[in-house]
Structures are given as structure tokens and as C-alpha cells.
Design a protein around this ligand. Sequence first.
Ligand code: ADP
Ligand code: MG
Length: 385
Amino acid sequence: MNRTAQGFRVLYGHPPEGVWAAPGRVNLIGEHTDYNDGFVLPFALPQRTEVAAARRTDRILRVHSVGTASGTVSRDLAELDPVHPPQGPDSWAAYPAGVAWALLEADVPIGGADLYIRSDVPAGAGLSSSAALEVATALALDDLYALGLTRTELAALARRAENAYVGVPCGVMDQMVSACAVEGHALHLDTRTLAQRHIPFDCASAGLRLLVIDTRVKHSLADGAYAERRAACHRAAAALGVPSLRDVPYGDLERALARLDDPVGRKRVRHVVTENERVRRTGELLRAGRLREAGPLLTEGHLSLRDDYEVSCPELDLAVSAAGAAGAHGSRMTGGGFGGSALSLIDADAEPAVTRAVTEAFVREGYAPPRVTAAAPSAGAARLH
Ligand code: ADP
Ligand code: MG
């Protein structure tokens, strides 16, 4: 029995029926493309959220997460209400409760359950602890109640929980990679069709390493700016007469830009269209085993996010420039922006030097030192016990 199962037994007085896990993620490339029906190329992290769970005979969902201040939170499945999800110290319970709500909304027959949650995905670092929690919960309920849902269906339900119950307008990338990733691979995902391709991404054999640089800042602009960028993209797509910016081929970019009056809208479109192209090129390089050559595309993507999409921040820019100066092949902010984490592709033996250079640069600027960890593309959600 692992620690999560033991924690369940101590708390609830009997062993769980199983333990399920789902990972956090970083997006190698394809940022702010998912709500434009575009392409993304994320991979799963070794850090994951574990959920030990057992069915109940009534319709109560009890959730407990190690490290939260709220103790055990109880919800009646009949009273889950997306308009008034939990507030205050219980607010985190909206994630697992939202998954139960989304299942019930889809007429999937579930009963009550006790959940004991333990995670080493840092929360709020842009590494998708939220999707890890949702997907682990969804997989646990799927197994416990023998629902037989596919990974794609579970990811869609988890996303619906976050959108409609928690109230966060995220795309489907995070849940899809957490649910579907394969160890040693990045997930090439078409966010319109949900077609997926697992592309070998074996950095270690290529003598490379991926560093995740968590800036440990989250600027308050993030939520408002995200909604504003989505709206700007939808306006631009309407002005161009296409369903979404995904439908602007890279080869038509200049013509499309010439048809837009709004200079800010033009920049947003340029980011999305060039970013989709960078995902395509990065995927091709990975498939060809030319991993090192993907580095410059990462840095190009960062500059596009900084200058055209305007969602970076000084800490992320500093992480990228300091890593570059210390010899990284390429680096970029990853996630929504305005804080969170940057990703850097480096030679394996450069890890100490790059980590030191980035940390020193932060200290020189008077920023708190970042949390730097190496990340290997890891497995998606699974039952552990
Ligand atoms: P990210 O997904 O990038 O980590 P989010 O703001 O989307 O950031 O999600 C973080 C929130 O998800 C936390 O504030 C908390 O409410 C919830 N959460 C994530 N993981 C856990 C966990 N293991 N236990 C309790 N709540 C969690
Ligand atoms: Mg999240």
C-alpha cells in the first residue's frame, strides 16, 4: 500500500478500493493556440496527483487533500451547484466536486465516494495541478463505478468541470495530456478534432535535458488578460470570415494581416498563426530525432508571446535570457503567462551552470530565486493500486 492509500486508511478507517494518479504537464510549444482550435505539443511531468478512493453507499462525496487547510470537505451529489461552487478555504473542493457534477450532468451514473488526495505538482505554477486533480478524480470515479469512459471522454469531462463548475475558461490541452500522455513522448494534439499523435521525445538519449524554471510569481493581470486575448482572437477570426484562427494557413498570414485594421489584433493573429507553424515544425524535428534543433523554435515562440501576444512578464523574460546566455538551446515561457514557469532545452551536462546562471540573474534583479527542476516526459493518468 502506498502513502496515499495509507493516508486514506488512517482518515476514513478502512482501506481504499484503489489509488489513481494523473500528472501535471508542461507545454513544449503551442501556447494560446488551444482556444483557437489550433495545435499544441505538451508532455506530462513526473510530478503527479494521487487519489485514493472508495465508493460509498450514499450520495455523498467526501474529499481530503494533504496540505490544504480545510480538512475533509463533504458535498451532497444532489446539491452540487456550478453557480455557487465552494468559496474560501474549501474552494479547492470545486475541482473534484466539479468532476462529479460533470459526470452527473452527462447522465453518467455515479454514487458517492471518499477521496484522499496527495500531490507533488506545485499548485499555481503553470504546471496544471488543476488538470492533474481533475483527471485523477475522473479516472478514479470511472474505475470505481465501471463507467468505461475513454481517456478523451474523461479529459473532456474534466475540462467541463473546470470551465463550467470551477469557472476557469481553460482549453482542453491540460486535461488531454494528463489523461493521455505516454512516457518518453510529447503529445501532438489537434485541439479541434482531438486527434492525437504521440511523438518520441527522449531527451536523455540525445544528451539533452529539459529544465522547468518556476518563477514563483503570478501577476494579477493573468485572468483578465486571458479573457481579453480570447476575445481578440475571436474578433479577428470573425473579421477574417473563418471559424477560428486555426483556419488561417501560415502561407496566408501576410494576406490575412493586410485585411485587419486593428494593429493589436494583427499582432495577436500573427502570434497564433506562427505558433501553429512552430508546433508543426517542432513536431517534425522531434519525429526526425533532431531534438536540439527545436531549441531556436522555443525561443522564437517566447519572443512571439512577449512581443506579439504580450503575455510574458519580466521574470519569465529574465529566465529565458539568462538560460540562453548560459548556453541553453532554447527557452520559452510555458502556460498562460504573466508568471508561472519557463521551459529550457539544454545539454544534460549544462544543468548546474544554467540553474546557477538563472538563479543568480533573479537574485541580481531582487527577485525571489526560482525553483528549477529537470523534467522528463512522463506517463499519463493510470491506476497505481
Ligand atoms: P495550475 O493548474 O497551473 O497549478 P490553477 O490555478 O489552474 O493553477 O489551479 C490551482 C488550484 O487547483 C489550486 O489553487 C487549488 O484550488 C487546486 N488544486 C490543485 N491541486 C490541488 C491539490 N492537490 N489539492 C487541493 N487543491 C488543488
Ligand atoms: Mg490549471
